[in-house]
Design a protein around this ligand. Sequence first.
Ligand SMILES: Nc1nc2c(ncn2[C@@H]2O[C@H](COP(=O)(O)OP(=O)(O)O)[C@@H](O)[C@H]2O)c(=O)[nH]1
Ligand SMILES: [Mg+2]
Length: 314
Amino acid sequence: MFGRKRENDGEKGFFLKLKESLTKTKENLVKKVDTLLLGSKEINEEFLEELETILISADIGIKATQKLVQRVKDKALRKELEQPDLVKDYLKKEVLAILQQQEHPLVIPGNGLFTIMTIGVNGTGKTTTIAKLAKKWSEQGRHVLLVAADTFRAAAVDQLEVWGKRVGCEVIKQRMGADPSAVVFDAVQAAKSRHVDIMIIDTAGRLHTKVNLMEELKKIKRIIGREVEGAPHETLLVLDATTGQNGINQARQFKEALGVSGIVLTKLDGTAKGGMIIGISEELQVPLRYIGIGEKIDDLREFQAEDFVEALFS
Ligand SMILES: Nc1nc2c(ncn2[C@@H]2O[C@H](COP(=O)(O)OP(=O)(O)O)[C@@H](O)[C@H]2O)c(=O)[nH]1
Ligand SMILES: [Mg+2]
């Protein structure tokens, strides 16, 4: 009995933490919709325009905003949505549908070496996310190896090493300024001889030399693809939710240059721009794997559309 109760409390705490981290996004989106609904008697052009303004300023993006507004309008015209107070439930359902399109958790097969290459601009949370994932998978009994292929800054290697020690994972590194592909090549040999299950590669993200960065990342991809069948098995783009539309533009560039198989959206806690996740889902058409809701090692969640929408709207 007691055990069961504690388990329930744990689940409740889990959900409450998510809800708490989405507070500002909720204020910027759902609360504003609430206010609009309170002041509206019917769904007319003015109402739709205001709804559009709210959605755009909540960083949902043009495409998803137009889709949502059009849906509300169509439904109102068909007389299926006559009272404004029904709009919120309808929006919730539609947002859920958009997010569910990209709810595809990362599944790592139990046999063979699985390689993950994380990419994204500086400061989005790549290294921190790697540490969070390494802890999660180590605890599940997987042998995880970390690779310091951000050789651009000495501090980047040190940071990964500190995290590696903390979560009990070995880090493969070379001196600062080394060719990142060479580090990855070494790491693959180490991974093969040590029967590693999951290898996670940390990469650089300097923006000011973008062309070189993309070339460097492409080279890492080529090298690892040559050494391990099907690698990288996951190209994980890390995006910072506080960057709103900018982040979506960055994502497009990475997707075009390298291909992206999954997205992590970090820093959802404390930002009002979390609506960006709806835009990402609609515009990028890439699976949303994880969300970051804090700086601590356990503040990473597998993305679940239903939980997310419930936390946002409830
Ligand atoms: N609040 C918050 N901070 C985060 C999250 N993920 C990363 N950070 C912080 O973002 C900063 C940059 O992270 P880092 O992993 O070094 O980014 P990188 O340059 O992409 O490797 C650090 O201060 C992290 O603690 C998150 O989900 N929430
Ligand atoms: Mg880093």
